[in-house]
Structures are given as structure tokens and as C-alpha cells.
Design a protein around this ligand. Structure first.
Ligand SMILES: Cc1cc2nc3c(=O)[nH]c(=O)nc-3n(C[C@H](O)[C@H](O)[C@H](O)COP(=O)(O)OP(=O)(O)OC[C@H]3O[C@@H](n4cnc5c(N)ncnc54)[C@H](O)[C@@H]3O)c2cc1C
Length: 472
């Protein structure tokens, strides 16, 4: 399917459609619009940036883009880690930065209705006065809700609250021809035809532009405690994870941090917990466990039980962090990506495997690191079987082989290529190589049904016309 580059006449037509500041072209396009936060990505500046303020404006843009066969890449905050928001050459970047209204905090139905450009931080601030919270908080609070929906974002709290798709009840979306559809609503039950809400969640801007989102809210629990447990081996720590998660204590986080990554994150955030040398010198990795509760007494009991469980699982010690230190450690963990980037990580992997298989997975990773001469370290959502690996290997060919081997191990263990960052551009070849031809062909037919002219974020997730399926 052939797309066209946008021309001057179409840019002028778009200027007539959108209010002042709605169209950025030439020098007005900042370099930020050409990339997301993916490591090692080559930026691609868009031909034009469009900043609609309503679904009606999105609809007009898409109708025109389809008529002229010009590719459109939606963009939220550009914090993605798979290259999915990188514009197509000669294409339109549709930024949702002006669609920032929180339309409703419905305290009776416990839902929020938001426009896609609202950030996680903004929604958090708006829900707090109501004693409610949107529980999905991936590590970057400037990320937009639209981006979260499109990537099916996860994060540290997924072990308790699931991922974005578990909290999205309904959507308004604009199809490539400009038609506006509504799916789902302020309810958890629907057996009314195919579930388009869930099809659009995780579609990385390849099917439609999300213009309104209905998400569940939960009570904001007032009490929280943070435990840090060092372990002498990666095996001991990964074996502990299923026991902690299934303990009945419903931890909010069960995060894995290997010793090298922890040292880097703590240095960057200037954290010194005063862990005795006798312990820190033995620690190969740490578990960061956070518990929350409505009552302090009940929380203290749960913390006590979690501490005992960590010790039974072989922790060298268990540190209950004072609340200010706990917050700092959580911040450091959230900023783990920046610490890895600062230290020269060449690539990042977010494979997920069944959490009971983490121990075997991590052992295989260490074998791959050793025999390829690479450094592979990790932090991440161990409670979900999703440790983010940072791969330090400067030789591109060796690194590509290392990545292939990691994805093979993940697949062999019943996992998938990406748990939460998405496939985008950079994981596409690994994803396509591991999917059955019949499934890829079905994905292409779904894409074709939504987007018959292939204008929506083309070339992301999979190649439209790969040889192992009907071309789209
Ligand atoms: C420090 C750091 C920590 C992070 N931690 C986590 C984490 O713990 N868990 C996690 O899951 N991710 C994490 N991320 C990745 C990132 O924050 C998420 O992928 C987030 O969902 C991206 O949101 P965004 O608004 O930046 O989207 P963008 O990067 O702008 O876009 C991402 C994708 O969404 C599409 N898109 C955006 N808006 C729309 C829309 N309205 N309609 C249709 N498609 C749209 C884009 O086309 C693209 O395909 C982290 C990133 C950083 C930098």
C-alpha cells in the first residue's frame, strides 16, 4: 500500500480547518516530535505537526489524510520505549497535547472520563481530593492516558491492579475515514458484540485515534509501607517472587533490582540507606516490596508477615524503610531507565514470562551474557514475570544475536516479546519472527478492516505486506 507525502496545498487546507497554533510546519517543529525515548533510535521529523483540540477536529484531519493517502502517527507525550510514536517520512504527526480536559470524575460510578492528552500526573492530582486514584502508574508520570491506552501500559502496580486494559471501560475513537465510534461505557459488564475497546487498547496508533477514555478509579488507600530485602542470589530472589505474590497480602509492588542497577539508581538519586557492608557485599539483588492498606494497624500486621515471608525465602535481611526513604527508593526505581541510559545501555528488553519461570529465565539470560561477552542487568516488575533487561553490547551484530536469543528463551518459556512497552518499530522484526503466519495474517486483516488505505501509523507492530501472510 502506497502512502503519499503531504504537500503544501494540503497543509494550507489543514490550516483552514484548525484554529491558531493547530498546525506546526518547518522551523516551528521542535526536534522532540521526531522521536520517543527508545534507546538508539534514529529520529524522523514529521512533515507537519497537527494539534487538534477536539474529536471533531481529529475527525476532519483523518478524513482529509485518508482522502490524500497521507500517513498519520498519533502522539501523546512521546515517552514510549518502542519507537511507535516516530512519524512516517513525509507524514502527519497528530499530537494530542491540546486534548487535555478531565471531563468528569464520577465518584458514584468510580470512573474518570478524560481526553487522551491528559497525563498520569494530572489525573492523579485531580483524583486525590476525592480519595480516589487511577491505579495504573507506569514509571513516567508525564505519559498521556492516550499513550497508555495505545501501548497497554503496565508499571509497578500491575501486580495488584493489572495493566491499562484492565482499567479501561470505554473509549471514543476516530477511524481513519473520520468516523467517530464509541465503545464500552461506565460499566464493567458488556456482552454486546465484539469488544472493540479491548482491540484498540494496545494497538499502538495503528487502528484509530483515541479521543476520549473512561477509566476505573479505586479508593486511594491512606497507608503505605516499603520493604527492601537483599538476597544473595538471583535464583533465591526469583524463587521468592511467586510466594510473595500469592501470600494473600496483595503487595502493591514486587520489584526486582539487581545489585549493579541498584547501585547506579541509588547513586543517581543520592540515596544511602546505610545497609551494613556485611549485607551489601553479599547482595546480588534486592526485592522492593510495597504494601498499602486502609488502616495502619492492619498494614503493620501485613508488613510483619511480609518481612517473615521474605526471611523464610532466604533474604539476607529485611529493611522497613521510613516513609521519606521509601518514597526516594521508589522514585529511584521509577527513574531506573534514565540511570541505565546515562550509563550507556544499548538496548532494553521487556519480555514477560510466567512469573514462576523467572528463575530459569534469569539463569538463561546470564548464560547468554557470559557467552556473548555482553553485560545484561535488570530491574523490573518481577511480580508480573517482567524484568526489564538492559543490554550493554556495543557491537550491533552481536547485540542483534543476543536480542534474538533472549526473545527465543522468553518464547520457549511461554512468554511474549513485549509485556508493556509495545512492539512499535524496534521490536517488529523479533515479534514477526515469533508469531504464527495464521495469526499475523489475521492481524493484517484486522488492520485492513479498520484502516483500508493503511494511513494509521504504518509500519508499526508489523510490516503490512510481509511475505508470510496476505498483504494489507
Ligand atoms: C522513565 C520511563 C519509565 C517508563 N516506565 C514504564 C512502565 O513502568 N510501564 C510501561 O508500560 N511503560 C513505561 N514507560 C513507557 C511509556 O511511558 C509508556 O509506553 C506510555 O504509555 C507512553 O505514553 P505517551 O503518552 O508518552 O505515548 P507516546 O510515546 O506519545 O505514544 C506511544 C504510542 O501510543 C500511540 N498513541 C498515543 N496517543 C494516542 C491516541 N490518542 N490514540 C491512538 N494512539 C495513540 C502512538 O502512536 C504510539 O504508538 C516508561 C517510559 C519512561 C521514559
Amino acid at each position: 500500500m502506497q502512502n503519499n507525502a503531504i504537500d503544501e496545498a494540503l497543509v494550507n487546507e489543514l490550516r483552514a480547518l484548525l484554529p491558531e497554533g493547530g498546525v506546526l510546519a518547518g522551523e516551528a517543529i521542535s526536534e522532540d516530535y521526531g522521536h520517543d525515548e527508545t534507546l538508539g533510535l534514529t529520529p524522523q521529523p514529521p512533515a507537519v505537526v497537527l494539534r487538534p483540540a477536539s474529536s471533531a477536529e481529529v475527525s476532519k484531519i483523518l478524513a482529509l489524510a485518508q482522502a490524500h493517502r497521507v500517513p498519520v502517527t498519533p502522539r501523546g507525550s512521546g515517552t514510549g520505549l518502542s519507537g511507535a510514536a516516530v512519524p512516517s517520512p513525509g507524514g502527519i504527526l497528530l499530537s494530542t497535547e491540546r486534548m487535555k480536559r478531565i471531563l468528569e470524575i464520577d465518584t458514584e460510578n468510580h470512573v474518570a472520563v478524560v481526553e487522551p492528552g491528559v497525563t498520569l500526573g494530572e489525573l492523579d492530582a485531580a483524583t486525590a481530593p476525592h480519595g480516589l486514584v487511577y491505579p495504573i502508574q507506569p514509571g513516567e508520570s508525564t505519559a498521556s492516558l492516550g499513550g497508555n491506552v495505545a501501548t497497554n501500559a503496565g508499571g509497578m502496580r500491575a501486580v495488584k491492579y493489572g495493566v491499562t486494559r484492565h482499567q479501561v471501560l470505554g473509549l471514543q475513537a476516530v477511524l481513519p475515514g473520520g468516523e467517530v465510534i464509541e465503545c464500552g461505557g461506565k460499566f464493567v459488564k458488556s456482552s454486546s458484540g465484539y469488544d472493540l475497546t479491548q482491540l484498540i487498547v494496545g494497538s499502538e496508533g495503528t487502528l484509530a485515534v483515541v479521543t476520549r477514555i473512561i477509566v476505573k478509579l479505586v479508593p486511594r488507600l491512606a497507608h503505605r509501607s516499603t520493604l527492601l530485602a537483599p538476597f544473595a542470589s538471583v535464583e533465591a530472589i526469583t524463587r521468592a517472587v511467586p510466594r510473595l505474590v500469592t501470600s494473600g497480602l496483595s503487595p502493591l509492588f514486587v520489584e526486582y533490582m539487581d545489585a549493579l542497577s541498584t547501585a547506579g539508581m541509588f547513586r543517581r538519586q543520592q540515596i544511602d540507606l546505610g545497609i551494613p557492608e556485611a549485607i551489601s557485599s553479599q547482595a546480588q539483588a534486592y526485592l522492593l516490596v510495597v504494601l498499602e492498606g486502609a488502616s495502619d494497624t492492619r498494614l503493620q500486621e501485613d508488613v510483619e508477615r511480609m518481612g517473615v515471608l521474605c526471611s523464610e525465602c532466604g533474604a539476607l535481611d529485611v529493611f522497613l524503610l521510613p516513609s521519606s526513604q521509601g518514597s526516594k527508593v521508589i522514585e529511584a526505581r521509577e527513574a531506573g531507565f534514565w540511570a541505565a541510559k546515562d550509563s550507556g545501555s544499548n538496548d532494553q528488553v521487556d519480555v514477560v514470562v510466567p512469573r514462576a519461570g523467572l528463575s530459569e529465565y534469569m539463569a538463561e539470560i546470564q548464560r547468554i551474557a557470559a557467552d556473548s561477552g555482553s553485560l545484561i542487568v535488570g530491574t523490573g516488575h518481577a511480580g508480573d514475570g517482567n524484568v526489564h533487561l538492559q543490554v550493554y553490547q556495543g557491537d550491533e551484530a552481536v547485540r542483534s544475536d543476543v536480542m534474538d536469543r533472549i526473545f527465543d528463551v522468553g518464547a520457549r518459556m511461554g512468554g511474549v516479546v513485549s509485556a508493556e512497552h509495545g512492539i512499535g518499530l524496534v521490536k517488529k522484526k523479533y515479534f514477526q519472527a515469533r508469531e504464527a503466519p495464521a495469526k499475523l495474517a489475521l492481524l493484517r486483516r484486522i488492520k485492513l478492516a479498520f484502516d483500508p488505505h493503511g494511513i494509521m501509523n504504518p509500519g508499526k507492530v508489523f510490516d503490512p505486506a510481509a511475505s508470510n501472510g496476505p498483504s494489507a
